[in-house]
Write a protein that binds this ligand. Structure first.
Ligand code: PMP
Length: 407
């Protein structure tokens, strides 16, 4: 029995209906970016065809419509994240932008020389480099929660790393390279106990898990629309109101000001204080369509379908001789990351593409994690709501072909 109406869902994604190298496309690079349903594509088209205008200042009808739809997405994101107020939802260009905003404003103002920041060995480069830049600038020490052989965080070491010196902890909710779901609620509670604030990189979590920032008690939570069936170039940062109010602005410019004189400028209220310049209005508007699309299927059903695919794929993959899964966490989402003895991941990727199967190969922007496992990279198949068992079979058959050719 089907968990979701898979044929109906596939029909919502025009991009899937094409051949690559003479074979029907199998798209398994969903952790990099998901495909977009027609509802999202239509939202973009509709915006530009009927409503395009700059927001917040205009008195004319199009400006009012554009502003209304832009702010309607803010309310949809608030609800999606379980935030208390739309003042706590800042539009960004994506997760990377959200993390850099927090590092540059909260970090610069509130973290001082000799303090400590904790990240983890599972982080994407975008949750490593901004903190390194801050640490270098301010003489802050960066500590790293290590990763065990199953690809889970070592929580005992985390306990040992925590002290009054720690001012901020930043970890991902879900690992993009391995799919590990991190115990962020526990991580946050323990950090709060020593007085540290916590930033969660939710890039990989929002398409698979229910998010409730108030239940998690997260101080900051960032995500990207393009990972959850929405457009590229837009995302949101959640921040607790009291923290956002205490933070200086990120970029200066239009929109983020209350009054400008050459002597002194005062800043706008939340969330506009952090939204300088004309934002990515069309993509923000279309993000709402993506959230509604997921709701129309049911987020629990999406997760259950993906879990089913992951379980099936894992069983099949483990039957391939010489294949080793990287990341076997007890709690993980739909990412199968693996190496095959004697075959370079890139060769696997090229040969699978010849067979119409799109996977990601390489370090997945997690070079320290690859080093931890003593590998250069993995082959990663990551699943989304539109993927099928038959497609997993195509991957497995492809890998058998690859082995025959190269092993
Ligand atoms: N963190 C994680 C865990 C990710 O998977 C990604 C995207 N690969 C990012 C951060 C960065 O997201 P973006 O490129 O959309 O800013």
């Amino acid at each position: 029995t089907e968990i979701v109406d898979i044929q109906k869902i596939r029909a919502d994604f025009p991009v899937l209906d094409q051949e690559i190298n003479g074979k029907k496309l199998v798209y398994f690079d969903n952790a990099a970016t998901t495909q977009k349903p027609i509802a999202v594509i239509n939202a973009l088209k509709h915006y530009y065809e009927f409503d395009n205008a700059n927001i917040h200042r205009g008195i004319h009808t199009l400006a009012e419509r554009a502003t209304r739809d832009f702010e309607a997405t803010r309310e949809a994101v608030r609800k999606f994240l379980g935030a208390a107020s739309t003042e706590e939802i800042i539009f960004t260009s994506g997760t990377t932008n959200g993390i850099n905003l927090v590092a540059s404003t909260y970090g610069r103002k509130f973290i001082k020389e000799g303090d400590e920041i904790i990240i983890s060995g599972l982080e994407h480069h975008s949750n490593i480099v901004p903190w390194q830049m801050l640490c270098e600038e301010k003489g802050i020490n960066l500590k790293v929660i290590p990763v065990n052989d199953r690809g889970e965080l070592d929580m005992e070491v985390y306990d040992q790393l925590l002290s009054e010196k720690v001012k901020l902890v930043s970890v991902n909710h879900v690992s993009n390279a391995l799919g590990t779901i991190n115990p962020v609620k526990e991580i946050i509670a323990k950090a709060h106990a020593v007085g540290a604030v916590v930033m969660i990189d939710g890039a990989q979590a929002t398409s698979h898990l229910d998010i409730d920032v108030q239940d998690l008690d997260a101080d900051f939570y960032a995500f990207s629309a393009h990972k959850l069936y929405g457009p590229t170039g837009v995302g949101a940062l959640y921040g607790k109101k009291a923290l956002l109010e205490a933070m200086p602005p990120y970029m200066g410019g239009g929109e983020m000001i209350k009054e400008v004189t050459f002597e002194k400028t005062t800043y706008n209220e939340l969330p506009y204080k952090f939204e300088a310049g004309t934002p990515n209005i069309a993509d923000v508007v279309a993000l709402k369509a993506a959230l509604e699309y997921m709701d129309s299927i049911g987020r629990d059903k999406i997760a259950a379908h993906e879990d089913m695919l992951l379980q099936y794929a894992t069983e099949q993959l483990l039957q391939i001789e010489g294949l080793r899964m990287i990341g076997e966490a007890k709690n993980k989402v739909s990412v199968a990351s693996f190496v095959i003895e004697g075959i370079h991941p890139q060769d696997i990727g090229v040969l699978l593409d010849n067979l119409g199967v799109a996977v990601r190969t390489g370090h997945h922007c997690t070079q320290p994690l690859m080093k931890r496992f003593n590998i250069l990279g993995t082959t990663r198949a990551s699943f989304a709501v539109y993927n099928t068992i038959e497609e997993v079979d195509r991957l497995i058959a492809g890998l058998h072909r690859v082995k025959k050719m190269l092993a």
